[in-house]
Design a protein around this ligand. Structure first.
Ligand SMILES: CC(C)(COP(=O)(O)OP(=O)(O)OC[C@H]1O[C@@H](n2cnc3c(N)ncnc32)[C@H](O)[C@@H]1OP(=O)(O)O)[C@@H](O)C(=O)NCCC(=O)NCCS
Length: 160
């Protein structure tokens, strides 16, 4: 079963483990200099990245969840507020990709977005990211391409 667990410190520790075990740092956090791979500096930057963006109320800009597959962390999902819109983001560890989990997480994020007062749900990726493009296409919204960005926008119903 796929569930979204709201991020807290214990969940963040599980998320780091999932990232180190099965994701490229560049897929899951902004670039950090130094040798490749999950160096101590990158692990620490990963924790600070999520604390700053989600856990620290003074600086938080998004809600983040750990994606759990039968109770094991396999990735992260987020919703970032931009005015009346929420922007969604997902990454999964390698072993978890291509099994329909991204599709299910997208559905769960849409449910969260509909429960908020946002009126639009947006997501974007790069033209070469076939998996992410499929997910966006599955939202049922038209995709627009602008340079190196493919973007989807869904109107959330039930709002005046
Ligand atoms: C992008 C990502 C979230 C997609 O999640 P996923 O669980 O792998 O995708 P799903 O298994 O739910 O598949 C969704 C659709 O994409 C297609 N798909 C998934 N991976 C694909 C791939 N590598 N190539 C082609 N199609 C792919 C599936 O066939 C499915 O299409 P369908 O419903 O029309 O059959 C995941 O692969 C991932 O985390 N990738 C690395 C990080 C990343 O790129 N994040 C997004 C940045 S914008």
């Amino acid at each position: 079963m796929i569930t979204l667990t709201p991020l807290d410190e214990p969940a963040l520790a599980r998320l780091l483990e999932a990232a180190v075990a099965g994701a490229d740092p560049l897929d899951v956090m902004p670039p950090v200099g130094g040798p490749p791979g999950w160096t101590a500096t990158r692990r620490s930057a990963f924790l600070e990245f999520h604390r700053g963006r989600s856990l620290n109320a003074a600086t938080a800009v998004e809600r983040t969840w750990v994606v759990d597959a039968d109770g094991t962390a396999v990735g992260a999902a987020r919703l970032e507020r931009h005015g009346d819109a929420v922007e969604a983001g997902i990454w999964l560890s390698r072993d978890a990709r291509g099994r329909g989990i991204g599709r299910e997480v997208t559905r769960l994020l849409l449910t969260e977005a509909r429960a908020s007062d946002a009126t639009r749900f947006t997501a974007s990726t790069t033209p070469g990211n076939t998996g992410a493009r499929s997910l966006l296409a599955g939202l049922g919204a038209a995709l627009t391409t602008d340079g190196d960005e493919v973007r989807a926008e869904v109107q959330l119903s039930g709002r005046e």
